[in-house]
Write a protein that binds this ligand. Structure first.
Ligand code: GRF
Length: 202
């Protein structure tokens, strides 16, 4: 499966996905391109070191739809079949989502539907939850609202700060994202309403 990854920053999830594709943990796949909307995204360097094609497509003064159309064009040109958002800090336009139905994944550092949007780890600490975690979900037109593919629980400790919690959640994010992509690549799932379920259970 040809995978395209969108980033805006550090790119640690992207690096984990690249490594899992190279090791075969994500089977029969290749990373076709890594696209960033920020020229200074650290992840770009990491992708280049792995000889993966990188593109910077900035929004500049364009409308979101125009910016997204350019990104969709580059993904389609490379026959990308699965788009993985990995710290990509923009909401996708409806046309982008429609161009890849149930073929865009995102990772979010909370147990959705709790703590959508920015600073999810800080939101969790301030709310006082005892457990948070991370979620892999399909992307629809809402913010962090698509069907859930996988989740992992992380305990919130009493002396946690947003940063210490984020570090422990991030460790789980990498493993969970790889597991979820492998499931999608193997087409080992079925979509029933909002539920992503094991096909052998139906
Ligand atoms: C991760 O915490 C991810 O859940 C969120 O943005 C962060 C990206 O980190 N969407 P990285 O760029 O993958 O290191």
């Amino acid at each position: 499966m040809k995978i395209g990854i969108l980033i805006s920053g550090r790119g640690s999830n992207m690096a984990a996905i690249v490594e899992a594709v190279q090791s075969g943990e994500i089977p029969n796949s290749e990373i076709a391109v890594v696209i960033s909307d920020k020229t200074d995204a650290q992840g770009l360097q990491k992708a280049k070191e792995e000889n993966i094609e990188t593109l910077v497509i900035e929004k500049n003064n364009r409308k979101r739809a125009e910016h997204d159309a350019e990104i969709v064009g580059e993904l389609k040109k490379r026959n990308v079949e699965l788009v993985c958002l990995a710290g990509y800090m923009r909401l996708l336009s409806p046309d982008f989502v429609r161009a890849f139905p149930n073929k865009i994944l995102n990772i979010h550092p909370s147990l959705l539907p709790s703590f959508k949007g920015l600073d999810a780890q800080k939101q969790a600490i301030e709310y006082g939850v005892k457990f948070s975690g991370c979620t892999i979900h399909f992307v629809d037109e809402s913010l962090d609202g698509g069907a859930i593919v996988a989740q992992k629980v992380v305990e919130v400790k009493e002396d946690d700060t947003a940063e210490t919690l984020a570090t422990r959640i991030l460790e789980q994010e990498h493993a969970l994202y790889i597991e979820a992509i492998a499931k999608i690549v193997r087409r080992n799932f079925k979509i029933v309403g909002r539920r992503i379920i094991n096909p052998t259970l139906t």
